[in-house]
Every structure is written in structure tokens, then in C-alpha cells.
Ligand binder design. Structure first.
Ligand SMILES: NC(=O)c1ccc[n+]([C@@H]2O[C@H](COP(=O)([O-])OP(=O)(O)OC[C@H]3O[C@@H](n4cnc5c(N)ncnc54)[C@H](OP(=O)(O)O)[C@@H]3O)[C@@H](O)[C@H]2O)c1
Length: 274
């Protein structure tokens, strides 16, 4: 279904990024995995190949924007196309009032500045390539939508990132650009491998299963969702719910335009421990 399509996934060696990369590869796309650690990238690539997919690896730090630009140019040059860019690498880090602001700033540079700059570069670079349709999916977080505990740094970064993306969205609209489209995913807590110890120790509230988050990402990229902004999470008593938020910049904060879909009513976090 996605044969001949080309995707770049940042943070593609594990967690949500690997989930999205392997789902795209299982549908036939050629995926380029980006992360800092070569070994983890090699393992991720092997898994995708064993599943019958096609993958290459490009070790890089997303905060090195010049290196990232070179990777994008290289992939476009090698394949003559770039269909999907998954802006996924990011990290949560708890902070307190004692945390030096330099550390908070570093997190903001990673969770906000880097993915914003990458998107800005991609929108400028590809808006003139009219025959190349590029879909950029950013993995934000529920933290972009509400103030959360211990989220100094992470929450403001994700909020700022989404604000920046809507700014770019407005620019694209103003300039009549149709071949570059932005999509945003806002997961609640996700049961990635890294989260499983905390889930087993009951330190994490209401995790959603990774597969449902990946399904939402793929549906977004294939325009199977009513809007290009989807929150996904587990809600006790309801199951796994997608919340479709308005993608029109001016409507984003208007709650009356929000719709919901229960995608799995039988799941409970206990299923993760089976
Ligand atoms: N897990 C959750 O509960 C959750 C909930 C909401 C939103 N999110 C968001 O979802 C995204 C993915 O989270 P995750 O939990 O799946 O992450 P994860 O399991 O920790 O994986 C992070 C990935 O990013 C790579 N990475 C880290 N720093 C990088 C850097 N500077 N440059 C390039 N790659 C880097 C990691 O590999 P290396 O370390 O080798 O570079 C790894 O491949 C993040 O944006 C996160 O904020 C996660």
C-alpha cells in the first residue's frame, strides 16, 4: 500500500518512533531511522528487515540541525522523493523548583526548538517541490494541551512546539501551499518498553497501549481521521479514546469543535501485564 513511499522517523530506534517506523515499513514504505545510538539503530533496522520491511539507519542528534538538513537532502537525493517525516524524538524529564534553569532550557531546546526548526526547514524546503507531497507528523503530548505536574520544561516545550506548528500551518495556508501537510499526535501516557517497569510498579497512571498510538499515527498520515490533530489515551470506564481536535489554527482552542471516538472499549491497563 505504501510501496515506493519514503519515510524518515526521528527517535526511530525504540518506543513510539520504532512503532510508527515498523508500521510504515510493514505497509511497504522504505524507512530511515534516526537516533543517536548506532547499536540500538542496528537492532531496530534488523527487526524491521526480519518483519519483511526495508530500513536504513542514519545516526544523528536532532538538535544538530545542520546534520539533520544534510540527512534530509541525502534521502531526497537518493530516492527522488520524501513522503513522510515523523518528528518524534523527544523526552520527558521531571523537574523541581531546584532544577537549574540551564537544564530546563536544554530540555526545551530538545523538545521544542529542534522539532520546530526541523519542521520550519522542511516546510520551506519542500513547499516549492510541488510534485512531492510531504506529510510531517509531530508526536507532541497531552502535555501540550494541559498543565501537568513536574512538567517544567517538558510541558512548555510541547506547548510551544504546537504553537510554532500552528504558526507554520498559517504560513502554509497564506502561501497556498498544498503539497506539505502538518499532522499532530498528542498521546497520554504510553506503554512503551521503557515505561513497563514503572507500569508494573504502579507508578504510572492510565497508560494506553502502544499499538493504539501507532494506529492513530498511521491513520493520521493516511488522512483517515476527521482532523489532523489527534489525542489518544486510556480513560478508566471508557477504554482507549481518540479525541479529534480542530486543525484550523483559529479553532484549535474551541472546545465545541472537538469530537471523540472510542477505539477500544475493552482494554484496561491490566492487559499490559498479561
Ligand atoms: N512514552 C510516553 O508515555 C509518551 C507520552 C506522550 C508523548 N510522548 C512523546 O513521544 C515521543 C517518543 O517518546 P518515547 O517514549 O517513545 O521515547 P523513547 O522510548 O525514550 O525513545 C526515544 C527515541 O528517541 C531517540 N533520541 C533521544 N534523544 C535523541 C536526540 N537528541 N536525537 C535523536 N534521537 C534521539 C532515542 O534513541 P537515542 O537515545 O539512541 O538517541 C530513541 O530512539 C517523544 O516526543 C515523547 O515526548 C511519549
Amino acid at each position: 500500500m505504501l510501496e515506493n513511499k519514503v519515510a524518515i522517523v526521528t527517535g526511530g530506534s525504540e518506543g513510539i518512533g520504532f512503532g510508527i517506523a515498523s508500521a510504515l515499513a510493514s505497509k511497504g514504505a522504505l524507512v530511515y531511522l534516526i537516533a543517536r545510538t548506532q547499536e540500538k539503530l542496528e537492532k531496530a533496522k534488523e527487526k524491521i528487515i526480519q518483519q519483511g520491511g526495508k530500513a536504513y539507519i542514519k545516526p544523528a542528534d536532532i538538535t544538530d540541525i545542520e546534520a539533520m538538513k544534510k540527512i534530509v537532502e541525502g534521502v531526497y537525493h537518493e530516492n527522488g522523493r520524501l513522503d513522510f517525516f515523523i518528528n518524534n524524538a523527544g523526552a520527558w524529564k521531571g523537574q523541581s523548583l531546584d532544577t537549574p534553569f540551564a537544564d530546563i532550557w536544554k530540555l526545551i531546546e530538545f523538545d521544542m526548538k529542534a522539532p520546530y526548526e526541523l519542521t520550519h526547514f522542511l516546510t520551506s524546503r519542500f513547499s516549492g517541490e510541488k510534485e512531492n507531497n510531504l506529510r510531517i507528523l509531530t508526536v507532541a503530548s497531552q502535555a501540550a494541551l494541559k498543565v501537568m505536574d513536574s512538567g517544567l520544561g517538558y510541558g512548555p516545550a510541547k506547548m510551544g512546539l504546537v504553537a510554532g506548528l500552528f504558526h507554520l500551518e498559517e504560513e502554509l495556508q497564506r502561501e497556498g501551499v498544498e503539497n506539505v501537510r502538518l499532522y499532530r499526535l498528542y498521546p497520554n501516557t504510553v506503554a512503551t518498553d521503557k515505561m513497563m517497569d514503572a507500569i508494573r510498579a504502579n507508578q504510572v497512571q492510565d497508560p494506553v497501549k502502544l499499538e493504539s498510538v501507532v494506529d492513530a499515527a498511521i491513520d493520521l498520515l493516511l488522512d483517515k481521521t476527521p482532523t489532523r490533530d489527534v489525542r489518544i489515551g486510556y480513560y478508566p470506564g471508557r477504554g482507549i479514546v481518540r479525541t479529534y481536535l480542530p486543525s484550523e489554527p483559529k479553532d484549535f482552542y474551541h472546545s465545541e469543535n472537538i469530537t471523540e471516538e472510542v477505539v477500544n472499549s475493552s482494554f484496561t491497563p491490566k492487559d499490559l501485564l498479561k
